[in-house]
Design a protein around this ligand. Structure first.
Ligand code: NAD
Length: 432
């Protein structure tokens, strides 16, 4: 192992604690896991294994900036559990990416991959930086150095990164190239690559497509007609953009969208084509002439059938959960609802489709991409979308059925299915 790399394993936080807004992302993820472990009656040793990460790597990334200065960034790759297959999870470039956040996201990946039933364990990576302030050459140097630093623990059959917030297909192309310099042509080392380099058709829009399939299926089960339903989407990046577009294609009325600069809304529905063109100019959607300005906070409280948070975590919390008016909340972002808000929404009878189900379309098509790389055979986009739809519908149905059978909210049902699958795999491997 490189001198600059350090490994440590987090201790698992205390077991039964009251939900609150003050929980760190990892405490929140562990809270949902512990509740599930209790319901599933997991033995103590199994709980201990599943409540903490298997491996955590923190690295220093010195980067020569365009002006000749050297700036040092912190990077992380955390592998939570690999009982069901190689570790899999995105790489986030964001100023708040730290050990705790990446640890939480790695654990969520374990549960997500088990729930959607792809043969992967869970991992996540992050670099603490503001990608918007870095040039393309700085980003490329940062990415190559980070890839070299984590190359000891990733691999086609070990751990396969993908894009997340602040990273994209270009980032994955650089990662593949940096890894390939040492290991030879290895397209299966990352997913979410450009199509020309072995990426899968349909991957770019896959998370949003999965969100829409899941939202439409959930709406139908609740007696809401998706075609004609009013939808507010927070976030207009990869996930929010595609979610809004594909929901619009199915006839839903997108009444509001937002980005970090604020939001725009129109009670009769936004013209998404024009909004997309407005965004091309790197303008915030908040200045879109076809809608009225709305803040990110107020967007969440708009009157609508379906609310889709698709930006950052903890935006629905104890202070605004009482004011959410949507009938259905579909978590396209990871961790947008704090444990306290989750409790309040449940008590108010608002249905929450949890992140580990709603946004699992991305990792599902990442799995298809990995399969295509290994087979060296390209699927067509129709086949990718058809298989994605099958998997999303199957998982959505299984969560609703479990929820009905056990009388639990959808998040509890989703966690229980996932936790049982991972615990069973760990057990039959003889790991615990
Ligand atoms: P992205 O970087 O493409 O877009 C993020 C969006 O959120 C942008 O519109 C940005 O302006 C907005 N945003 C950033 N900070 C904000 C703030 N403080 N308030 C309001 N909006 C803000 O990221 P993405 O890939 O679309 O990811 C969004 C969420 O979806 C994240 O939680 C991510 O973990 C999750 N997710 C992404 C994927 C994927 O395939 N990209 C898969 C699963 C889950």
């Amino acid at each position: 192992m490189d001198d600059h790399a350090s490994t440590a394993v987090a201790a698992s936080p205390a077991r039964r604690i009251e939900p609150s807004d003050d929980m760190s992302p990892f405490e929140a993820a562990t809270y949902f896991f512990n509740e599930s472990a209790e319901r599933c009656k997991l033995p103590d040793q199994m709980r201990e294994v599943l409540a903490s990460s298997y491996r955590e790597l923190a690295v220093q990334i010195p980067v020569t900036m365009d002006d000749g200065r050297v700036q040092v960034f912190r990077g992380f790759r955390i592998q939570h559990n690999g009982a069901r297959g190689p570790y899999k999870g995105g790489i986030r470039y964001h100023e708040s990416a730290d050990l705790d956040e990446v640890r939480a996201l790695a654990a969520l990946m374990t549960w997500k991959n088990a729930l959607i039933d792809v043969p992967f364990g869970g991992a996540k990576g992050g670099v603490q930086c503001e990608p918007g302030l870095l040039s393309q050459t700085e980003l490329q140097r940062l990415t190559r150095r980070f890839t070299a630093m984590i190359s000891y623990i990733i691999g086609v059959n070990r751990d396969i990164p993908a894009p997340d917030m602040g990273t994209n297909a270009q980032t994955m192309a650089w990662m593949m190239d940096a890894y390939g310099q040492k290991n030879g042509y290895t397209p299966g080392i990352v997913t979410g690559k450009p199509i020309e380099l072995g990426g899968s058709p349909g991957r770019e829009e896959a998370t949003g497509r999965g969100v829409v399939i899941c939202a439409a299926r959930s709406a139908k089960k609740m007696g809401i007609d998706f075609a004609g339903a009013t939808v507010a989407v927070q976030g207009f990046g990869n996930v929010g953009y595609w979610t809004a577009h594909l929901a619009d294609e199915l006839g839903a009325k997108i009444i509001a969208v937002s980005d970090v600069g604020g939001g725009t809304y129109a009670t009769d529905g936004l013209d998404l084509q024009a909004l997309g063109e407005h965004r091309e100019g790197s303008m915030s959607v908040s200045s879109f002439a076809g809608g009225s300005e709305v803040s990110n906070e107020d967007l969440l409280e708009l009157e609508c059938d379906i609310l889709i948070p698709a930006a950052i975590e903890s935006v629905i919390h104890g202070k605004n959960a009482e004011r959410i008016k949507a009938k259905l909340v579909v978590e396209a972002a990871n961790g947008p609802t704090t444990p306290l808000a989750d409790k309040i929404l449940n008590e108010r009878g608002i249905t929450v489709v949890p992140d580990i189900l709603a946004n699992s379309g991305g990792v599902t098509v990442s799995y298809f991409e990995w399969v295509q790389n290994i087979q060296q055979f390209r699927w067509d986009v129709e086949h990718v979308n058809e298989e994605l739809e099958k998997k999303m519908n199957l998982a959505t149905d299984s969560v609703f059925e479990r929820s009905e059978k056990d009388g639990t909210p959808l998040r509890a049902a989703a966690f229980d299915i996932a936790v049982e699958r991972v615990a069973h795999a760990a057990h039959i491997r003889g790991y615990v």
